[in-house]
Design a protein around this ligand. Sequence first.
Ligand code: COA
Length: 163
Amino acid sequence: MPRLSVRRATPADLPIVVRFRLALLRHHARRIPGVAARVHPRAADRARRHAARCLADPTERTWLAHLDATPVGVLRCTVSANSAVLRPVRYGYLAMVYVAPAARRHGVLRRLVRVAERWCARQGLDEVRLHVHPANPDGVAAWDALGFDVVEQVRARRLGERP
Ligand SMILES: CC(C)(COP(=O)(O)OP(=O)(O)OC[C@H]1O[C@@H](n2cnc3c(N)ncnc32)[C@H](O)[C@@H]1OP(=O)(O)O)[C@@H](O)C(=O)NCCC(=O)NCCS
């Protein structure tokens, strides 16, 4: 039985973090209407630069999950400011959530989220949020199972298009 472990990603992990980030992008582009047309032509380069900045930023964390020595998942957590007039003042925000297909349904996400929530608690936070697209059934099912309730909708309108 392979051993599941989670550790903080460092700048040395940039290649695998970028690989997972781009796999997540491809996953969304294949399944979520409208995403493929919006993929930036220099997405790979931009993903690398962004991930490098994230891994070097002491105010946030990225974790990698491994099964034995094989990297199988990633999760990033930042601290976000809430509306100035609402509590909590700050909350943890989960992003870049990806588990390699062969490792799914073995508790990898569950473990990554537990580590992230512990880190958030140490930052004095008492709430964690994330975005998930409704056309991503795996994501919706996982967040439901992990106790994340729907609290708001994000709506957008392309300027110039008729309502
Ligand atoms: C969503 C995703 C991160 C889940 O990762 P995972 O490691 O397979 O999740 P876990 O094994 O920790 O699952 C935890 C619980 O969530 C639920 N769950 C997870 N995936 C599910 C699925 N496809 N269908 C139904 N329930 C699911 C289950 O209740 C599961 O517990 P169980 O297996 O004991 O029943 C993974 O499928 C993935 O990377 N998908 C592609 C990228 C993506 O959608 N990222 C999320 C963007 S918001």
